[in-house]
Design a protein around this ligand. Structure first.
Ligand SMILES: Cc1ncc(COP(=O)(O)O)c(C=O)c1O
Length: 386
């Protein structure tokens, strides 16, 4: 038989995250590898979706999402970031932020276009770039200096083929929250080199220690070149519902919407209604409560990591923590993560999953978006490493 897989299959492989989840399930361990939050869904969101199912919300919706949801998204965006979008022409509701990102790359990037990505990166960003045959250029974040970056490194990376900059704030896996000053530097850089900015703001409501999330589109001169991507997976603990969105200038949004129609047709109709109810009915106290609740989890978990001898890089946002594994046996991050799983029954992700070329070997990432009793059990088990 002369048949074979297409060449792109080599670019998209099973992620280490899924591999660790599978291994953890086989061992009956506590899975802190995947970013699956098992915290409760707000009842109004559940009720909204249940009512929609019972009332027959069964058919395709508009390819950019139901109008009520688009309006609720722009209202929330204005309330929290100060940026106004037009619900009719500047919002594309997609199959999660993942779907929105893929459609945005399809619409705006050509084969061979370069995109600057900060490292450590979220694996889906890089794999999705590769899936559209774009080329990631890596700029390091320095763990010893609060995950800072150097403008000189950005200048050294950029070439005439560079079309975009990708940022993720708050970031997975580092937990970095880009400051206003950093965003101003990046905005100036993007304008000077005429770049798009893709900004993944999935964890916008998970910001700790009195810091604030600043949206790139709110920076002067950035709105027209920024594609803001976010969604409700994390904010409402509905990762399996697959509701996310892109917000941007209509020149880009129209084509992003056509790709969304092609790949997904629309996001799940009754679930769009459910998250609309959440966006309409939940007040600031919900969002503030979320941040406060996760800050408690962060502090509890980071204290346990420190006690277990896995030095945590305490995150400013999102719900992951990278921890140092220098003192554990094993030559690679994968071996070290396996050691932790074997010894304690707690699954993490090898740090190498977040670096392109041999980085992250002394790091593992834990997800702390777990119900308190699960997190406490994991903390207890990790102390076996002392
Ligand atoms: C940075 C980041 N963006 C996007 C996603 C996925 O979002 P969605 O479930 O909306 O596709 C994740 C999930 O882990 C993430 O960490």
């Amino acid at each position: 038989m002369g048949l074979s897989l297409g060449e792109r299959c080599g670019l998209v492989m099973q992620s280490d995250i899924r591999a660790m989840s599978i291994e953890c399930a086989r061992m009956g361990g506590i899975n802190l590898s995947q970013g699956v939050c098992d915290t409760p869904v707000p009842p109004v969101v559940l009720q909204g979706a249940a009512d929609a199912v019972m009332q027959g919300a069964n058919i395709y919706t508009h390819h950019t999402g139901i109008r009520e949801l688009r309006e609720a998204i722009v209202a929330k965006q204005r309330r929290f970031t100060g940026v106004a979008f037009d619900a009719e022409r500047e919002v594309v509701v997609s199959a999660g932020a993942t779907g929105a990102m893929y459609c945005a790359f399809q619409a705006l990037l050509n084969r061979g276009d370069e995109v600057i990505v900060f490292e450590p990166f979220y694996g889906y960003h890089v794999s999705t770039l590769r899936a559209v045959e774009a080329v990631p250029l890596f700029v390091p974040l320095d763990p010893s200096d609060g995950w800072s970056f150097r403008v000189e490194a950005l200048e050294a990376a950029v070439t005439p083929k560079t079309k975009a900059l990708l940022i993720n704030t708050p970031a997975n896996p580092s937990g970095k929250v880009f400051s206003c000053d950093e965003l101003a530097l990046l905005a100036e850089f993007a304008i000077r080199h005429d770049l798009f900015v893709f900004t993944d703001e999935m964890y916008e409501h998970f910001v700790f220690g009195g810091l604030s999330h600043v949206s790139m589109a709110s920076m002067p001169g950035m709105r027209e070149r920024t594609i803001t991507i976010s969604g409700l997976s994390k904010t409402f603990s509905v990762t399996g519902w697959r509701i996310g969105y892109a917000l941007c200038d209509p020149r880009w949004a129209a084509s992003i919407g056509y790709f969304n129609d092609l790949f997904y047709v629309c996001a799940a109709s009754p679930l769009q209604v459910g998250v609309t109810a959440g966006l309409r009915l939940l007040g600031d106290d919900y969002y503030h409560g979320l941040a406060a609740e996760y800050e408690v989890r962060r502090d509890l978990f980071c204290a346990a990591l420190a006690e277990a001898g896995l030095e945590p890089h305490v995150p400013q946002g999102a719900y992951y923590v990278l921890a140092g594994t220098e003192r554990l046996p094993g030559a690679t991050a994968r071996e070290k993560a396996m050691h932790i799983l074997r010894e304690t029954g707690v699954a993490s992700v090898p740090g190498s999953a977040f670096y392109h070329d041999g980085g992250g070997e002394n790091l593992v990432r834990f997800c702390f978006a777990k119900e308190s009793h699960v997190l406490e059990a994991a903390c207890e088990k990790l102390l076996k490493l002392r």
